[in-house]
Design a protein around this ligand. Structure first.
Ligand code: ZN
Length: 355
């Protein structure tokens, strides 16, 4: 074992697993297409949000500077908002949305604030799922960077109906998603064999070149996705926790475009990667949120494989005509029909055990 690999903390069995995966594409979580065709699909949107003004007020009290981007977007749990949401879901033949509280994730240095916000988020989602169990399930919010409290909150949330995994921001309280202090949480998600949905937080990857130019969501968010995916691959997180199903947002950011570059350069620039980025990338999943841009979706499918792409909309940011497009562009992108069908109606449902 080289010093680099020793440094990366990999045991021999991890390397053997990596070799097996590279040779036979026998990914730990299993290629979805190998699980056999299901007769009837289930169109599930894995990327959608609900917020209340009360929750957003709490976030501002705890120091979040701007929650206006979440307000007045039709993402409340009131009957009127929900009626409009359900009409859009029905028009797009979406049966269910999986809700996540991000980007307003409860990641605060202050432990009490983090726990209070995570509990509030999970209580809100428990209530929404209880009221509309046919239309929603939810990812549990975690009060990272506080690991013991996150484990407790995960237990509390997952004991309630309708919670199907956990969600964290890309860089919780400024930490890498691959921070070793988070490993107990990943061990628990791995033990449960459940989903970790990782979503941008509007942190601009801590670059004033993004923040000061008001490009937080235009480009900051997909850069967060890109950097988060790279950190996860560099630390071999999907190798270490093979039953935790990691779902990244927005087609993995720039991942499809930079795929070959990563493979060509990591060896001399960052040899801590325990395996080729192109192999590591296929141990995770990516939602289909590409703002209705067919070439981006085609690049992701060509690069990562259709079985790695799960349906997502980013409701309420893609609402109305944009919601229709977020779903419809998958059929209209020139993909093979079988690939489009798997992305639309099977991949998310399989990942969630909802087929
Ligand atoms: Zn989102």
């Amino acid at each position: 074992m080289s010093d680099d690999l020793k440094l990366s903390g990999f045991a021999r069995r991890d390397l053997l697993k990596a070799g097996a995966a590279a040779a036979g594409l026998a990914y730990a979580a299993g290629p979805l297409s190998a699980q056999g065709p299901a007769k009837k699909g289930n169109r599930i949107d894995i990327h959608a949000h609900v917020w209340t003004d009360e929750y957003l007020d709490m976030m501002e009290r705890f120091g979040v500077k701007d929650t206006s981007v979440q307000r007045k977007k039709g993402a409340g749990p009131e009957e009127a908002d929900m009626a409009k949401r359900f009409a859009q879901m029905d028009a797009a033949k979406v049966t269910k949305q999986i809700l996540s509280i991000c980007p307003q994730a409860p990641h605060f240095e202050d432990k009490n604030n983090a726990v209070a916000a995570a509990r509030a988020a999970n209580d809100l989602y428990a209530d929404v799922v209880r009221r509309w169990p046919a239309r929603f399930a939810a990812f549990a919010a975690l009060p990272l960077p506080h690991v013991d409290e996150s484990l407790k909150e995960l237990d509390r949330a997952m004991a309630q109906p309708g919670f199907v995994g956990a969600t964290i921001g890309t860089f919780p309280a400024g930490r890498s998603p691959a921070d070793p202090s988070f490993f107990p949480v990943y061990e628990e998600l791995n033990r449960r064999g459940t989903i970790l949905f990782i979503h941008p937080t509007g942190c601009n990857i801590y670059s004033p070149l993004i923040a000061e130019h008001h490009m937080t969501w235009m480009v900051g968010a997909p850069m967060e996705d890109t950097m988060s995916v790279l950190h996860l691959m560099e630390a071999g997180i999907a190798l270490k926790f093979p039953k935790m199903k990691i779902v990244n947002c927005h087609l993995g950011g720039a991942l499809p475009m930079l795929y070959q570059r990563f493979d060509n350069q990591y060896g001399w620039e960052d040899p801590r990667f325990p395996e080729k980025p192109s192999i590591a990338a296929k141990r995770m999943w990516y939602d289909s949120v590409g703002h209705g841009h067919p070439p981006a979706l085609r690049a992701a499918v060509d690069t990562l494989g259709a079985d790695r792409i799960v349906l997502g909309s980013d409701f309420p940011y893609e609402a109305g005509e944009l919601y229709k497009r977020a779903i419809g562009y998958i059929e209209q992108a020139g993909l093979k029909k079988e690939d489009a069908t798997q992305i639309l109606d099977f991949n998310a449902a399989r990942l969630l055990g909802m087929l």
